[in-house]
Ligand binder design. Structure first.
Ligand SMILES: [Zn+2]
Length: 508
């Protein structure tokens, strides 16, 4: 095959893959959103057949021959084509190292494990989930061994979720965070508690839905390409390409902030994905590059922008318009303080900005110990509770609100958690850099996201997965990643909310 023809085949292969992924994604999305309750087996049937076709398409002789041929003729390829071949071959080589029978057994095991986790959480019954969790960690150790026999298994998985990450870099990152966050949380705890009364009340769902649509428009999401639905756990998914993105939220009638921040968080993911250059559509380069960079965008919009003073000042009249009876009793300053209050709590997804990373760090330390055989899964609940006491000073009353709260381990996502904390820290440094050329506060005060989005689009979004996470950071920052930016940002925020010594108090 001549090189021109091989290049055409390369694009054709990715178009086919994205069409299958589109169909499978839509089937799953339907299951999560509108499908009737008794239809799961029907979807599993279709998904089983489609995933087998995709596996064959990806690992078939013809595909491997094409990619290996292109890999040998690298010098004739563009930067984009080289990256496509690299990413496709990386996945295929991983799949090929796992015995097919084990791969299929594992796929089935995930479905069962998630199901058992779901009931175990509901019934607060860790013992029923324990054998599955033991098996899951064993699978992850074994798969890492197949893929990279000489590497540490946990390092292997950290690098899979955030290329470039390993235990050494994670340890260094978390120790910087721990040394300053633990005393900071304690200092806030010694101050007069901040009330979140203004966020609690009775907020009808239709009004919250209006707020969600307004927020999406304000953030600059294109309603022609980004849809909104309701699910129990909010998420974002792309269908086929970055031209069709779906986000979801959940409405808690008694708490207006829950859906509000879910929409802004998922909206941040959607902005990143839909910001890929249009000619990346239907290729493996379309959409965000890693979980860390993805979370840097979602958490940037949710927290750094969404909980900022100028944005709350802009948001308040809308809250007053939608819920006049309730918000008449409060000022925008009350909302600002309430959405930024620091309160050690049990549940990661509901944690405030300051305690959030400690929730992540606890999971990181536990995963690391289990993967190194230094902690048995049977001892996980006690170890979990001890770390919550040590870092957050709270007692965990039950496993449902403790070790069973997250779904990640039930579907094998071991090594995923650190990307949440890393992403949060990247975001703070993006802000410092952005402020050098963009009047961020001035834009937020007017609810005008355009210059902020433009900065992100130009430096981060448009590349999709063309650049590695390290290249994205270098491109956006022009300097090495520095987690102390994030600490400075959090300390500044706390000083304002809690009037800590050495900093000026709230100016409102
Ligand atoms: Zn997210």
């Amino acid at each position: 095959m001549d090189t021109e023809n091989a290049r055409r085949q390369l694009l054709l292969l990715q178009e086919k893959m994205s069409a299958y992924n589109h169909a499978m994604g839509l089937i799953s999305y339907d299951g999560e959103t509108t499908a009737p309750a008794g239809t799961a087996a029907n979807r599993a049937h279709a998904l089983g057949i489609l995933s087998e076709i995709v596996y064959e398409l990806a690992t078939g002789r013809e595909t491997v021959a094409l990619l290996e041929e292109l890999d040998c003729r690298k010098e004739a390829l563009s930067q984009r084509e080289k990256r496509m071949v690299y990413l496709l071959l990386k996945d295929i080589r991983f799949m090929q190292k796992i015995p097919v029978s084990e791969y299929v057994a594992y796929e089935k095991f995930i479905v069962e494990s998630q199901d058992v986790w779901y009931s175990a959480k509901k019934n607060d019954d860790f013992a029923s989930f324990m054998p599955y969790l033991e098996k899951m960690f064993a699978y992850r150790k074994r798969f890492a061994g197949y893929a990279a026999p000489d590497a540490d298994p946990y390092d292997f998985w950290l690098n899979e979720y955030e290329p470039g990450l390993n235990k050494k870099t994670c340890d260094a990152f978390f120790s910087v965070l721990r040394d300053r966050l633990v005393p900071l949380i304690r200092a806030c705890g010694e101050k007069e508690p901040v009330s979140d009364e203004c966020l609690k009340g009775d907020f009808p769902e239709d009004k919250q839905a209006q707020l969600a649509v307004w927020l999406m428009k304000t953030m600059g999401l294109d309603p022609g390409h980004v849809g909104l639905s309701t699910t129990e756990h909010p998420f974002t998914t792309g269908l086929g390409s970055h031209l069709d993105e779906r986000i979801t939220t959940h409405y808690h009638r008694e708490d207006v902030s829950s859906s509000m921040y879910s929409v802004i968080h998922e909206g941040g993911h959607a902005l990143y994905d839909t910001g890929s250059d249009d000619d990346l559509a239907y290729t493996v380069l379309d959409g965000g590059v890693s979980m860390g960079i993805h979370e840097s965008q979602s958490r940037f919009y949710e927290n750094i922008l969404g909980r900022s003073k100028p944005f709350i000042r802009f948001l308040y009249p809308k809250l007053l318009e939608l819920f006049p009876e309730h918000f008449r009793r409060f000022a925008w300053e009350d909302v600002y303080r309430a959405v930024n209050r620091v309160q050690p709590s049990l549940i990661r997804t509901e944690a405030d900005e300051v305690t959030y990373c400690l929730h992540v760090m606890i999971r990181y330390e536990l995963e690391k110990s289990i993967m190194a055989d230094a902690l048995a899964v049977a001892d996980l609940p006690q170890a979990w509770n001890a770390l919550y006491k040590q870092y957050l000073g709270i007692n965990v009353p039950c496993d449902r609100q403790g070790v069973l709260q997250d779904s990640h381990w039930s579907f094998g996502a071991v090594g995923y958690f650190p990307s949440y904390a890393l992403g949060s820290a990247y975001g703070a440094q993006f802000l410092e850099k952005m402020k050098q050329t963009v009047d961020v506060d001035g834009a937020l005060e007017k609810g005008c996201f355009a210059p902020i989005n433009e900065w992100n689009r130009h430096r981060i979004w448009r590349f999709g997965s063309l650049l590695t996470p390290a290249q994205v950071l270098e491109n956006a920052l022009g300097e090495p990643f520095d987690p102390t930016c994030y600490l400075r940002y959090l300390e500044g925020k706390c000083a304002e909310i809690y009037v800590l010594p050495g900093r000026k108090g709230p100016d409102a």
